[in-house]
Design a protein around this ligand. Structure first.
Ligand code: NAX
Length: 339
């Protein structure tokens, strides 16, 4: 039988970590026949919570789980890692300026990138969940010169799934029939959820929205006034309603991201594309090297940006605005010496 896959989760003692661990250990991320070893990285004050989760993992008696280690040492945590899920980050505190936030996260993601560079397995794949996710991924990648930049991604799958959920509700149809929605840009309020290429059961979503909202103008109004802001600000809505940030949905999206990347889920073609923030190759006018969200397919375990999509004027302006924010974050971390 297969060697266990080593999965390292940072911030494993936190909320998203707790929601992730049990799904990974049960085989929902890498497949029902793939054994896993979990490495839980925390800061010293989070170690107890991670140790508690490790006890519960033992008590769940998952047949695929071949061991759990808890550590506060990044070098040990990333030694031999195949899948690195970087969840732990420094949240924005009251009165914290953007530069302070970027610097605090640079102090986390720079050393973690270096530890990945030093110890990771050749096939390592990295997904950054901790915010600001795109720029944290850029910092980690910059500190891992021996790891191909394409292995560093940031999570926009939650935004993608939120867009599917909103479309499903508006069109009164299950999510499973919807294909080819795209999140472009940054995992932030400037992101652009794009339905211009989307289909529902093979029919063009823009046409269906026009039927639903009384014409093309009604559809355009719904998109710009309801759909786009609701998807982009869904995190705040969840906090307002639930009294706590998105946890299970975030963990579920991170599972989807890795599952599709390693090819443990459905194959491209039947599922259409999904959204991943990854280093730009210059496609769609996004500056090369910027970690920006694109329409992405996974082919033989490698992520590929879907090419050749038409971009209308409305989409162009929205993509450019979110990419401009990413450029300014990159310039800010560069000025701080974090790249
Ligand atoms: P929690 O505060 O519950 O957990 C974070 C954990 O990370 C804590 O246990 C903390 O001790 C640990 N940690 C902090 N610094 C660390 C370091 N240097 N090394 C290892 N562990 C460290 O937050 P949670 O709700 O789990 O959210 C985690 C992150 O996900 C946050 O940055 C959050 O903003 C981000 N999110 C990203 C989303 C996305 O779609 N990309 C959506 C959900 C979520 O908001």
């Amino acid at each position: 039988s297969q060697n266990p896959v080593t999965v390292t989760i940072t911030g494993a003692g936190g909320q998203i970590g707790y929601a992730l661990l049990f799904r990974i250990a049960s085989g929902q991320m890498l497949g029902a026949d793939v054994p896993v070893r979990l490495r839980l990285l925390e800061i010293p004050q989070g170690v107890k919570a991670a140790e508690g989760a490790a006890l519960e993992l033992q008590d769940a008696a998952f047949p695929l789980l071949h061991g759990v280690d808890v550590t506060d040492d990044a070098t040990a945590a990333f030694d031999g890692v195949n899948i690195a899920m970087l969840v732990g980050a420094r949240p924005r505190g009251p009165g914290m300026e953007r530069a302070d936030l970027l610097a605090a996260n640079g102090g986390i993601f720079g050393p973690q990138g270096a530890a990945i560079n030093a110890g990771a397995a050749d096939d390592v794949r990295v997904v950054v969940v901790g915010n600001p996710a795109n720029t944290n991924a850029l910092i980690a990648s910059a500190h891992a010169p021996d790891v191909p930049a394409a292995r560093f991604t940031a999570l926009t799958r939650l935004d993608h799934n939120r867009a599917l959920g909103q479309l499903s509700a508006a069109l009164d149809a299950p999510v499973g029939g919807i294909r080819n929605v795209t999140i472009w840009g940054n995992h932030s309020a400037t992101q652009y959820p794009d339905v211009s290429h989307a289909t529902l059961d093979g029919r063009a979503v823009p046409t269906l929205l026009a039927e639903r909202f009384g014409g093309a103008d009604g559809a355009a109004h719904w998109l710009s006034e309801q759909f786009i802001p609701r998807v982009a600000k869904r995190g705040a809505e969840i906090i307002e309603v639930r009294g706590s940030s998105s946890v299970a949905s975030a963990a579920s999206a991170a599972i989807d991201h890795v599952r599709d990347w390693v090819g443990a889920g459905s194959q491209p073609g039947d599922a259409g594309w999904t959204s991943v923030a990854l280093p730009s190759d210059g496609s769609y006018g996004v500056p090369e090297g910027l970690i920006s969200s694109f329409p992405v397919e996974s082919v033989d375990g490698q992520l590929r940006i879907v090419q050749g999509l038409s971009i209308d004027e409305f989409s162009r302006a929205r993509i450019d605005a979110s990419v401009a924010e990413l450029v300014s974050e990159r310039d800010a971390v560069r000025a701080l010496g974090l790249l």
